[in-house]
Write a protein that binds this ligand. Structure first.
Ligand code: PMP
Length: 330
């Protein structure tokens, strides 16, 4: 019989899919690593598994313990999946810009969710960082994975995502492009690919306009899961050869094109990453292989990016559905 013992056994080994329509006119092969094939629907299943395994081994997470984490949703799903299988409880703290779809998803997995305001400083007691710290103090046997400082976050990508890309491209990958939230993906994959290629692979970050990684101050933007207003220790500041600032308009326009033209119903940070990949591909040659990582599925954004009224309210499209602002990536 062919079956897996647990969903956790299905984390990783995601496919590379060639992008053919949105890349029209560009010389290199552009391949998307589609992370919604993970059982929890996002790249974050990888770090959740690795962080929990390590905390069990170190004794930080004890039987019957509670996992408390500030997360925009995807890390929560990954943690909730593993927690369920191993008898832990979960409390997640999320900023209020996160879609209700994502919050309901976490609750569906049996987790408790606390929603906090986005427009306050990280040190404000109402911020999602402060609230999660308080919950850790209050709950018995609580453990906070802290994806922003946990070395097992980038390590999971160094050990799995990076080698998968190298093997699947038979060592022919020349550019790796990823969005940056905690920076775990770009730092872990980037380090692995640079080591194994003796520095040949170019590592390119895509970042929302306004975020600190691309020189901003942390000004609010609408794309979820990426960009920061501080520098997490999970981000290796020396890893990226280039970082492109991408507007919300470009991120969302490309996200919608990926669904309509490539059949890839993915999240807004995926459109942002692909916008970065297309910029990198414009400067690359026919022998180059650009790999772009797509963190999650578009199902969590149906009422936002894929909703014409929401897009029109923010001025990203006119009432007739036409793109109105931003550099239109044709
Ligand atoms: N996209 C989405 C939707 C995410 O949830 C995250 C994680 N915050 C990222 C991209 C960025 O990944 P990383 O934290 O590894 O930089």
């Amino acid at each position: 019989m062919r079956y897996v013992e647990s969903l956790i056994d299905l984390v990783g080994n995601t496919p590379l899919v060639k992008l053919s329509r949105v890349t029209e006119g560009l010389a290199p092969l552009v391949l998307a690593k589609v992370e919604y094939f993970n059982p929890g629907g996002s790249v974050k299943d990888r770090i959740a598994t690795r962080m929990i395994d390590a905390a069990e081994q170190s004794g930080e997470l004890q039987p019957g313990g509670t996992i408390v984490e500030p997360t925009s949703g995807n890390t929560g799903v990954g943690l909730a999946l593993v927690a369920q299988q191993r008898g832990y409880s979960c409390v997640f703290v999320v900023p209020d810009k996160v879609s209700t779809d994502k919050i309901n998803t976490l609750r569906a997995y049996g987790a408790e969710v606390v929603v906090c305001p986005t427009a306050v400083a990280p040190e404000d007691p109402r911020s999602y960082y402060s609230v999660s710290d308080r919950l850790v103090r209050e709950r018995p046997k609580a453990w906070k994975p802290d994806q922003y400082s946990n070395p097992n976050n980038p390590r999971s990508h160094y050990e799995t995502t990076g080698p998968e890309i190298w093997e699947a491209t038979e060592g022919r990958v020349t550019h790796f492009v990823a969005g940056m939230g905690t920076g775990g993906t770009i730092s872990g994959v980037g380090r692995y690919l640079k080591e194994v290629s003796n520095g040949r692979v170019k590592v390119i970050g895509a970042d929302p306009e306004g975020s600190v990684y691309s020189g901003g101050t942390g000004r609010p933007y609408l794309v979820e899961g990426v960009g920061e207003d501080f520098w997490p220790t999970t981000y290796d500041r020396g890893i990226a050869d280039e970082i492109y600032a991408i507007s919300d308009a470009d991120s969302f326009t490309l996200t919608r094109r990926l669904a309509r033209e490539e059949g890839l119903l993915v999240g807004g940070s995926c459109g942002m990453a692909v916008a970065g990949a297309l910029r990198a591909a414009e400067k690359a040659g026919p022998d180059d292989v650009v790999v772009v990582l797509l963190p999650d599925s578009g199902r969590g954004y149906l009422s936002k990016i894929f909703n014409d009224d929401w897009m029109a309210d923010y001025g990203f499209i006119s009432a007739g559905g036409e793109v109105t602002v931003g550099e239109v990536l044709a």
